[in-house]
Design a protein around this ligand. Structure first.
Ligand SMILES: *Cc1c(COP(=O)(O)O)cnc(C)c1O
Length: 371
């Protein structure tokens, strides 16, 4: 608001007499990756350094219906995605980002006290969806190699478990679940438990042994829903489009739980145009995956032991030295994402960011070991 010079009114006390649900009060507001200044590299939110694909901005601009509500269920986009998965349009559900989808499934499936199981550390959206929906979050630690411990996750299923989230590749460790491990895991999951396979980074996977949601859907499991997004590889994080593929009846429940009309016409057009630019997408993804492997290799050579990333980021296990490491990166104009006393996630960004990232990481390798 342009209120320069004007005195802002603040007629309230610091503590309004409004009760908030305990689980909401216990949370802090969403922590976004810091915005970078002009001379800094923003490597904190796994965004795409390339921006939208060719033709996408034009397509979004051509959408003239600013004054009309969008098509509620984004039917054209659903049909296009469905075609790719070899399923009918009603087996696809589109929402404003896959974070929205996570919450929709939690709201649709969980009564208070029901359990949502996920690996940890993983995406912050998983404990969040449990808190907001009134479900109980059950976090199963990653194994020593920062991978999902699917045996332990299957062991942790109780009669209250309604949803298990599997994040492959995992955010923030970058490790992916193999198809073999996923199949063995599914065989142990009771048919009434929904498995959400979160594949936000699937496009960056280069290991042919990694689980592929398309294959899982083709095998007809009724209790698996695959989640994907246009935010990462497709470079549309700002337009908010994600989708779910799975049994139409399960998707219908999520749709009912979601806020109607939240996918904009511009978002739908941009996503459609992105799917048209498949060749450019593959080229970009290849550049980022190659850059990732090179960055990981250089970090290893500088003394770090890091997990094998299949995503567009790498994980630096800085442990108790995490806050200091984040500050050192920031001083060098590198905005990275720090996780408590666990480590730092660095997005694979512009080519020019690699040299300073490796330089700071190398200087930290010696220090962090002694912390
Ligand atoms: C980024 C991300 C998402 C989804 O992002 P949206 O922008 O909401 O589509 C989902 N899952 C994981 C693990 C992510 O990292």
């Amino acid at each position: 608001m342009a209120t320069t010079g004007a005195r802002l009114m603040r007629p309230w006390s610091d503590a309004p007499p409004i009760a908030v649900r305990a689980r909401i009060a216990a949370r802090s507001a969403y922590q976004q990756g810091a915005q970078a200044g002009r001379d800094a590299f923003k490597l904190s939110s796994n965004e795409n350094p390339f921006g939208p694909l060719p033709g996408v901005v034009d397509a979004a601009h051509r959408t003239v219906s600013f004054n009309r509500y969008p098509d509620a269920s984004a039917p054209r986009l659903r049909a296009r995605i469905a075609e790719r998965f070899g399923v009918a349009g009603d087996a696809v559900h589109v929402a404003a980002g896959s974070t929205s989808l996570l919450l929709q499934f939690a709201l649709a499936l969980c009564e208070p006290g029901d359990e949502i199981l996920f690996a940890w550390r993983s995406f912050d959206g998983y404990p969040w969806m449990a808190d907001i929906s009134g479900a109980v979050p059950v976090a199963v630690p990653l194994d020593a190699d920062e991978r999902h411990d699917l045996h332990a996750m299957a062991d942790a299923v109780t009669e209250r478990t309604r949803i298990i989230v599997v994040c492959s590749p995992n955010n923030p460790s970058g490790t992916a679940v193999t198809q073999t491990a996923f199949d063995a895991f599914l065989a142990r999951v009771p048919p009434g438990v929904l498995v959400l396979l979160d594949e936000a980074y699937i496009e960056f996977v280069t290991d042919a042994g990694v689980v592929d949601g398309r294959r899982v859907i083709a095998s007809g499991h009724e209790n698996v829903v695959v989640l994907r997004t246009f935010s990462k590889a497709y470079g549309l994080a700002g337009l908010r489009v994600g989708y779910a593929v799975g049994h139409p009846r399960v998707l219908e429940a999520a749709r009912i739980a979601g806020i109607p009309l939240s996918v904009t016409a511009q978002g739908e057009e941009a996503a459609l145009a992105s799917l048209d630019a498949e060749q450019s997408l593959l080229e970009r993804v290849k550049v980022i995956a190659e850059r990732r492997d090179r960055l990981a290799q250089m970090l290893r050579e500088s003394g770090w032991t890091i997990p094998r990333s299949q995503a567009n980021f790498v994980w630096l296990p800085t442990g108790p030295g995490t806050a200091r490491a984040r500050a050192e990166f920031a001083d060098a104009g590198l905005i990275v994402r720090a996780y408590g006393e666990d480590g730092i996630r660095i997005t694979v960004g512009e080519e020019e960011s690699l040299e300073p990232v490796v330089r700071v990481a190398a200087s930290l390798a010696a220090i962090v070991e002694r912390v």
